[in-house]
Write a protein that binds this ligand. Sequence first.
Ligand code: ADP
Ligand code: MG
Length: 678
Amino acid sequence: MKLSDQINELKGVGDELAKKLAVLGVKTIGDLIENYPRRYEDYSNVVPLEKIRPGAVSLEAKIGQIKGRYVRRGMHITEAIASDETGSVRLVWFNQPYRGGAIKPGQSYYISGEYALRRGRFSITNPSVELVSDFPVNTARIIPIYRETKGLKSFQIRKLVREAADIVKDMPEHLPGWLLKEQNLLDYKTAALRMHFPSSAEELAKAQKRLGFEEVFQLSLAALLNKQELTREKGLAIPFNQKLAKDFVAKLPFKLTNAQRKATWRIYQDLEKTQPMNRLLEGDVGSGKTVVAAMAAMMAMEQGFQTAMMSPTEILARQHADTLYKLLDSVGYADQVGLLIGGLKPPQKQQTQRRIKSGDIKLIVGTHALIAEKVDMHRLGLIIIDEQHRFGVDQRKKLQAKAGHMPHVLHMSATPIPRSIALTLYGELDISILDELPPGRKAIATKICSPNSRAQLNAQIDKQLAAGRQMFIVCPLILDTDLSRGLSAEEVYERVANIDFKNRRVGLLHGKMKSADKDKVMQAFLNHEYDILVSTTVIEVGVDIPNATIMLVEGAERFGLAQIHQLRGRVGRSAHQSYAFLMMSDSRSPSQRLRALENTTDGFKLAELDLQLRGPGAIYGTTQHGALDLRVAKLTDTKLIATARNAAREFIDKKESLKKYPHLAEKVASLRAITNLN
Ligand code: ADP
Ligand code: MG
């Protein structure tokens, strides 16, 4: 058997169990191994009964006098006595009637559980019990606790991992031998097994070190290789025209923020070089990235170069084209701005394509149509990618290929990635951060809500709708699943349209819809043909609907902080006060984590928090190319990052061949696809 084998190849895994494992993201045997414990409980100290003290205990004892009975309707109690040479203790299980039949008198068991005083008697309640062996998994050891799901508990996962342990033993090593030696690292199979079943805290730490190192090493190697590829390229220099820049800035209806000024300045410096620019412009929603993009494009236009700006949706492209048209009008470049999207009428499209080819249009704003349609670029000098994480590396490459040489590239992202993670992710990519918002913005009033107060909230919202405002409702799912009811866009739409707001006009939008249909619904909402738009997170990306002032997030606890922050950035774009209501799926009290959203509007701070609490996957999300998912490494561990990055450089300096390490090669290739910004 191999790690890539489907999980139901494993002994004891049928279709039912495989389904539940899939909920945890476990589809192959390798996934099971990489599904490392969330935490551990230390039951490793086995004591004789005379030494037993209140607290977590482990014993090696025989079990006798087992009796089960129903005490009330539906309540079953199993009681037993465990004893060794030094004493005895009472064991009690609630509602586990099978316990009685499962224990063989006269056999020695490991027993682990909480020894405590209950109703005047000391006993161990609901202990785990396992025949004595040299590889117990539920008792008498440091016990792994996994993420669980309905009908799938840690003890079941332990059993499966134990089963898979023999497969891991045949695993080849992933990293070069010299590297393991140099960094004093455990080999892969030892580390992987010890993550699940460590025999001491030190062993666990060593295993974590090894696996964390491997993760960051892979990332760094991917980033370095991306960078290396780029430095071999030669591009076009676009000289800086100070008069033009000054003129543009003087005519803006507002004053640039310092952050905008600094970022623009850096971009102008990049453009002047023959080495192609590869810069990420990060800025929270509303930080004003578009003006910066306009200023970059303007300089290219002035030199007769074309700029292509690619947006993830038609409606967004349309908005950008409008905004850029207005901005560039002040310096007389408006008629050189063009829009190319799939939805144009054929004659219009043909005309645009002609004007692009002739170089008449110098700033082309578009969607994937820029790649998909037959477009001949004329001296393409600059590419601007809006919402860069929405595009795959192939799409960006295809756009570049249209230049016939390596153009300058500016990536824009509203996902505030903390610098630490950005450096690891993107290697030596240049980063500019717009870390201040233009002055005078009204903060979005954010409130966590319990379903108990839904009626009240709806009444409050309806007043706003009656006053002519609009609302987004965002749901975590498209369709309901067995595990979560009432959180899907479809269900919520039904409820909202037929009950909660039955007098209002309600639209539905989700990712499974065709993109033309999505745009249609979005456009209708923009035209105020709907009062309410129920959607999945597809609306995360930057369409400007100033009249929408309410964002209601359903099942808020299922989202990352950065993601909710992004979502609430959809409102607060007009002079009206805006609101974000974070509806919990039940009346449990919300986590500290969510509370942070009520108290801060700083996207970077929220991203840092997410990073600490949930890892980078929470920030980077799942792109179409797979999630960036660090299981072990903490990107807040600067020492680890430095070491792993140096090692990656060494790997390259040594002219090591990735071909010799197929597993590493595969990982690095997929990471390059996720993180590559070239
Ligand atoms: P984002 O970074 O989310 O793409 P935009 O570029 O769409 O932000 O800008 C958001 C709004 O802020 C726009 O209406 C824009 O005109 C305005 N804006 C941008 N820069 C400034 C500034 N320096 N002062 C005031 N308003 C600004
Ligand atoms: Mg934007």
